[in-house]
Ligand binder design. Structure first.
Ligand code: NAD
Ligand code: ZN
Ligand code: ZN
Length: 338
């Protein structure tokens, strides 16, 4: 079967490997759609320190069940369409014991620590598959994974209707976080340095956008919020200055979630954290958020088709990955279809 593999950084190819055989407790899936993620581009560049090589990528997956153990918890059977929860956890470390499986001390993410599913077939634990509502296309279902990341940022920040939610970074994760914030009845304020990305967001109906390279973002947020500042700030850029700026944009008694992965550490004025009494929380991958993501997509409360740039075949995937790396501004989301 075909699979998209990075032999090493800058080496993406479609390779021919044996169709996998399910181990105990696993289902065999025929993959129908697999999203290309910013983290795949990081793996291609060799800048994601968690990735080891060679590596088959792919963690945003929709597929059809070929075989599955009969005793699986959701009663799934051959022929059912599912999405893959791609964060494998140990089940017995402290975070796993309290249900925070996404911060397992031995977390294995598909396409990062273990081979992923950008391949014709893939084996995955039967209890980590979520059924896809009939109305969704395979491509929409594959885009549930990035929505879970954005939802996790919002859940970790306890966003409530009526609040102002500033989101830094208008890439797929931040843009979708802003869409999800609005689906929650909050007022989204999306910040980026790239005007085209902000224009795109405005076209999608994001209420407020700020070009923080050209405008005084803190002042704009003060105006928009009637002086309160943002009750929740979601950092979705991974840029050190943006991490620092969260403390300027947040309200007193506000919350900050950190989803972006900076490459270096950021120094922060901790006196501001104390003075404003801010809650700062990390937000890593997602946990138990796939059902909600699929439902938000089904009801079009978050219309993921709006961020789809194009679909490509598996044979086109390596050249597409190289082009996304070279011209990131031309792409928001690309999904490989089989
Ligand atoms: N925590 C997790 O589990 C998780 C999962 C997926 C992605 N991420 C991280 O989330 C971040 C966003 O992912 P993405 O795929 O949307 O990335 P992306 O690169 O497509 O988007 C980042 C956006 O941030 C903007 N930006 C850069 N510097 C900025 C600054 N100083 N101020 C405002 N905007 C700025 C860029 O112009 C870009 O539009 C990345 O750091 C990624 O590694 C984290
Ligand atoms: Zn992803
Ligand atoms: Zn664990």
């Amino acid at each position: 079967m075909k699979a998209v593999q990075f032999a090493e950084p800058w080496q993406a190819a479609v390779i021919d490997i044996d169709r996998p055989v399910p181990a105990e407790g696993q289902a065999l899936l025929r993959i129908t759609a697999a999203g290309i993620c910013g983290s795949d581009i990081g793996a291609y560049r060799g800048t994601n320190g968690l990735v080891s090589y060679p590596r088959v990528i792919g963690h945003e997956l929709c597929g059809v069940i070929e075989s599955i153990p009969a005793d699986n918890p959701r009663g799934l059977k051959a022929g059912d369409r599912v999405v893959v929860d791609p964060y494998l956890y140990c089940g017995h470390c402290y975070p796993c014991r309290i249900g925070r499986t996404n911060c397992c001390t031995d977390l294995h993410v598909l396409g990062v620590h273990v081979d992923g599913g950008m391949a014709e077939y893939y084996c995955h634990p039967a209890d980590m598959l979520i059924p896809v509502p009939e109305e969704l296309t395979d491509v929409q279902a594959a885009m549930a994974e990035p929505l879970t990341i954005s939802l996790h940022a919002i859940h970790r920040g306890g966003l409530k209707a009526g609040e102002y939610c500033a989101v830094i970074g208008a890439g797929p994760i931040g843009l979708v976080a802003a869409m999800a914030a609005q689906a929650y009845g909050a007022h989204a304020i999306l910040l980026d340095l790239v005007q085209e990305r902000l224009d795109f967001a405005r076209d999608l109906g994001i209420e407020h956008t700020i070009n923080s390279g050209r405008e005084n973002a803190e002042e704009r947020i003060r105006e928009i919020t009637g002086g309160d500042m943002a009750q929740l700030v979601c950092e979705c850029s991974g840029a050190n200055p943006a991490v620092r700026a969260t403390l300027d944009y947040v309200s007193n008694a506000g919350r900050i979630t950190l989803t972006g992965w900076p490459k270096k550490e950021t120094s922060l004025p901790t006196d501001v954290i104390t003075r404003k009494e801010v809650d700062i929380r990390g937000a890593r991958t997602s946990a138990g958020e796939f059902e909600e993501a699929l439902e938000l997509i089904r009801t079009k409360r978050v219309d993921m088709t709006r961020i789809l740039t194009r679909t490509v075949s598996i044979d086109e995937a390596p050249a597409t990955i190289a082009d996304i790396e070279k011209n990131p501004g031309n792409y928001m989301k690309v999904v490989v279809t089989f």
